[in-house]
Design a protein around this ligand. Structure first.
Ligand code: ZN
Ligand code: ZN
Ligand code: FE
Length: 777
């Protein structure tokens, strides 16, 4: 029978994950001739042989690819047979037309770990071990196609043995671009707090472990940056780390040695276990267990703990020595960008760390850990970063141009829209200082170089003070800039990642605050929206946020604002008893005179106010803390009752932006007024109702507001799809209660899966809106 030939193009995360050696072995096993190569966006394979063997080969590709592989699509085309002999891996040829897919970092694989723990192996105890299917990628690569010369390993020449592995198709290090060993590759070194080196290789790990065991703090270089590590079972050292890091109450993440250790510290279901051990090795938010060996001061007053498993070989080496739990907190100081250079790390962290475990493989791109939690058996992102970035998210619509969306201010990410893919960046952080802005610019530069595509248009938030907006505006003369409303971006982000093409949705955007069309600080919004515009159909009643940013740090201010709005003397008395007359009068006067008191419809701020009233939470040390505590209290009990609230018609103008198709012209927007809720809560406090019950009842009230408002908007517009976005939907209790009520009432529901609902997902929405606007032009 004549031989046939096929050209197979595989796209997705297929480069730098050991896919070519895998295809090679599969082809050889099926006695096929041909070749495989990385070619721009794809891995391209040509195979020649019998139809049966080709089919079986394709089946192997689809079902048996190495773990980190993620196949987005396979296209197969028949081509003329050439009767060639043998199967080859071809050297990378740069395809000018393609958009290459970079890979995220991959945790060390089991085979490499087994070698690392084998005293007979030449890589015994070697902290830089890796293979074709594991190790850093994104954080060490500067451009594509992925090859050693475009990584930070280009300085290291392979020794003969390593070269042999690299060239041997039967070896699992065949074409492993970062291949190295203790003889030829980079290695770890232990330095004192002053930066003096005094141990290298295996001894350095021992020195670092001894430091931790003596109750001290270690800075350790991982894949995309540095962690500060200490024994998580020793409260004294955890407190010391907290003091040195100037971090009051924000929980620290913990790295557990293995799944067993994780299960001794937290309640873990099967899905959560899968998230923990998944290729992303994210920090997973888990419910703490009573009797957990991990000290309480790691996550003070928090029912949840952020837990991850080791992913770099050095983590495994350390945890084997020091015990099952390490605090592993990002080595950047509060508000500062991630450090990515050894000398910088020593300079910056010498006041915090008592010793350093470093290595001489440079980090090209800094990348923080991802944070996820489980929701309905699925992954739900709090932060999408290492292990996920820069994997693209497939869109249902093609981007009109190469778009760079600059994201928001807090939890910043940016997004490159290229073709039908959205490349969401790693977590850049809070853009509040000049330093973080240079980190942002640097990340944008590196990302563009990695993708090999320059932006042709920019998208940013409308907030004139966001540093990311200023970045975009500075470029206005050279490149078109689209300013996108914050909550529209939240909703579009949720629609886009769900591949939504079904016309307008009711977008519920609940967050702390974002810049509204009228200059007010929005955050409790119901938008009738599609990708190219929206009308604001309903919103939470405006109240002043006295002191602006101070109102976020001191939730009692929001409690006072709502007490006044509700005309509730009893609420004012509660606040006054704690805060005192003087402070309270100053803040009340500020509001009366509209002095430094921007009006806000932020749902996050309403949660703050209620948390303050119920839980005596007057000050917070991080945004969202008060609301988080309220959720945890509420989760302790179940209630069927709710508080009263009002939905008022014809009180506000329906503000709109852009051109949203099919939005019925409504004369006015609805206003949701929770004043009766505040009064009910204060009554309950007076009656001695316990805090968890009030908190739970408040959650049910907000879920009911959502349902009721959606029913009315559907009645007026006929739109029955609902998208839930904004940071408030990190609150699982609110999320689940709302989804349940909406489902009962026949709504179709879109929620986030691929990107965070908080401002970390904003850039994706900005990119798709800008693209839709360009298309309309
Ligand atoms: Zn490996
Ligand atoms: Zn070597
Ligand atoms: Fe937001």
């Amino acid at each position: 029978m004549d031989a046939e030939r096929r050209r197979i193009r595989v796209s997705g995360r297929v480069q730098g994950v050991g896919f070519r050696p895998f295809a090679y072995s599969a082809a050889v096993a099926k006695k096929l001739s041909g070749h495989v190569e990385n070619s721009g966006a794809f891995v391209e394979i040509e195979v020649e042989g019998s139809t049966e063997n080709i089919e079986s080969f394709i089946n192997t590709l689809e079902t048996k690819a190495p773990v980190p592989t993620h196949i987005a699509s396979i296209t197969i085309e028949a081509v003329a047979a050439v009767a060639g002999e043998g199967f080859f891996i071809r050297r990378s040829s740069h395809d000018e037309h393609g958009t290459a897919f970079p890979s995220a970092d991959i945790p060390v694989c089991d085979e490499c770990l087994a070698e690392m723990n084998d005293p007979e192996n030449r890589r015994y105890g070697y902290a830089m071990i890796g293979c074709s299917a594991c190790g850093p990628r994104f954080t060490v690569t500067s451009s594509l196609p992925y090859d050693r010369r475009v990584t930070t390993m280009r300085e290291f020449e392979m020794c003969d043995e390593c070269r042999e592995e690299y060239g041997n198709p039967a070896d699992r290090r065949f074409h492993s671009q970062l291949n190295c060993c203790p003889k030829c590759g980079p290695d770890v070194a232990y330095r004192s707090a002053e930066g003096e080196t005094f141990a290298a290789g295996r001894e350095s790990v021992a020195a670092a472990a001894a430091l931790i065991k003596s109750g001290k703090i270690l800075a350790v270089k991982g894949l995309g940056g540095y962690h500060l590590a200490c024994d998580a079972t020793k409260p004294e050292v955890v407190e010391r780390l907290r003091a040195r890091k100037l971090r009051d109450e924000k929980p620290f993440a913990v790295m557990a040695r293995d799944v067993e250790a994780a299960m001794a510290a937290c309640e873990i279901n099967e899905k959560e276990k899968a998230l923990l051990t998944g290729p992303e090795r994210a920090v997973v938010l888990l419910r703490g267990k009573s009797g957990s060996p991990v000290s309480e001061v790691v996550a003070p007053g928090n029912a949840f703990m952020g837990l991850m498993l080791p992913y770099a070989p050095v983590h495994h080496l350390l945890l084997k020595e020091v015990g099952p739990y390490l605090v592993m907190t990002s080595g950047n100081l509060s508000g500062e960008p991630i450090i990515c250079d050894d000398n910088e790390a020593v300079a910056e962290l010498s006041g915090v760390a008592d010793g350093f475990l470093l290595n001489n493989r440079p980090i090209r791109t800094r990348c923080d850990d991802s944070v996820v939690r489980e929701r309905g058996g699925e992954k739900y992102y709090i932060r999408r970063s290492r292990g996920a970035a820069p994997d693209p998210i497939k869109m249902n619509n093609t981007f009109h141009n190469n778009i760079l969306a600059c994201g928001g201010e807090l939890k910043n990410t940016f997004c490159m829209g290229v073709g039908e893919y959205a490349y969401l960046s790693q977590h850049v952080g809070d853009l509040e200082s000049g330093d973080t802005v240079s980190a942002f610019e640097d990340s944008v530069e590196k990302f563009s170089e990695l993708l090999g595509s320059r932006p042709e248009a920019l998208a940013c938030d409308m907030h004139p003070e966001y540093l990311s907006t200023k970045y975009a505006r500075r470029r206005k003369d050279k490149i078109p800039v689209y300013e996108i409303q914050h909550h529209h971006a939240h909703i579009a982000s949720c629609m886009a990642e769900n591949g939504w093409t079904g016309g307008p949705v009711i977008g519920i955007a609940f967050d702390g605050l974002g810049y509204g069309l009228d200059g007010a600080l929005w955050g409790g919004e119901f938008l009738l929206a599609d990708y190219s515009g929206f009308g604001r159909a309903a919103h939470l009643r405006y109240v002043p946020a006295p002191g602006g940013a101070a109102a976020i740090r001191e939730p009692w201010r929001m409690a006072l604002a709502w007490a006044r709005a509700a005309n509730c003397e009893a609420a004012k008395t509660i606040i006054q008893k704690r805060i005192g007359d003087e402070k309270m009068e100053i803040v009340a006067a500020m509001m009366s005179a509209s002095l430094n008191s921007p009006v806000t419809s932020g749902m996050g701020r309403l949660f703050d106010a209620v948390s303050s009233l119920v839980l005596v939470r007057d000050e917070v040390s991080f945004e969202g803390q008060a609301a988080m505590e309220l959720e945890q209290f509420a989760a302790k009990t179940r209630v069927e009752t709710r508080y009263e609230y009002l939905i008022e018609n014809n009180k506000a103008e329906l503000l709109s932006w852009g051109e949203c198709e099919n939005i019925p012209s409504a004369p006015s927007a609805l206003i949701i007024d929770p004043a009766p809720t505040i009064i009910g809560i204060v009554d309950d406090i007076a009656n001695g109702t316990v805090a968890p019950e009030i908190a739970a009842k408040f959650h049910m009230t907000v879920a009911d507001m959502i349902k009721e408002t959606c029913v009315r908007i559907r009645g007026a517009s006929g739109v029955s799809a609902v998208a839930l976005s904004g940071g408030v939907f990190q609150n699982m209790l609110l999320m689940e209660s709302s989804v349940a009520l909406l489902e009962e009432n026949g709504f179709e529901i879109l929620v986030h899966r691929e990107v965070p609902c908080n401002d970390g997902g904003l850039s994706l929405g900005q990119a798709v809106i800008a693209s839709a606007m360009m298309k309309r032009k």
